[in-house]
Design a binder for this molecule. Sequence first.
Ligand code: PGA
Length: 253
Amino acid sequence: MRIPFVAGNWKMNPPTIAEAAALASDTASAVGGIAGATRVVCPPSAALQAVARALEGSPVEVGAQNMHHEAKGAFTGELAASMLTGLCSCVILGHSERRQLFGETDDFVNAKVRAALAAGLTPILCVGETLDERDAGGAEEVVRRRLAAGLDGVGTGDAVGVVIAYEPVWAIGTGRAATPEIAQEMAAVARGQVAALFGSAAADEVRVLYGGSVSPGNAASIAAQPDVDGALVGGASLAAGDFAAITQAFASA
Ligand code: PGA
């Protein structure tokens, strides 16, 4: 039995730390009572401390949106895992916005995954194809390749604790979510790759999320898919009620 996992990726929102703390409190009120799902919010790094404080005593966990793999040093603008461990339980790694807008490579993402695991953080490892890659028939190959690269050098015991997010780039922020059939098919591809890399027991245990324009309207049909264990939610996580409706859909699937 895989426990559903629903994470809100707030990206560079809301604009102030005070608003982030208020959104965290609203989210805790809205999803705190939804048992049977891991619930996570991932605010901007500057708001991590205020959000962690606002969520004290709540079952809602905190995640970061990125980190660097080095322990310390001359890396202007970056955060080390040890700076996150007191504030967060999870960290999003390899989001397509990091890959596309900030040039993150599979090797860089892999170094971060390993550093996060070594620090006791749960990586939410994002993989997904662009529209061009899908149109060229390469979607499955992209997901397999990014997972093999992202999980390179990770032991089986650690791999089962990684949360994989299948996020097709064409569905992110577009309002055009993948169909439930595509979400299922690609989550199964991701799980199959975990089986190939780490064995079928690991594949049975690992949680695979879908992300890309998840909304209260489409959450139930996506949650009904057998290989989709949760969601990484962008825009809809900025409204506590919408995030709660999505969380409820996965918790009761
Ligand atoms: P979206 O973003 O739900 O706004 O499409 C998802 C994500 O980028 O994780």
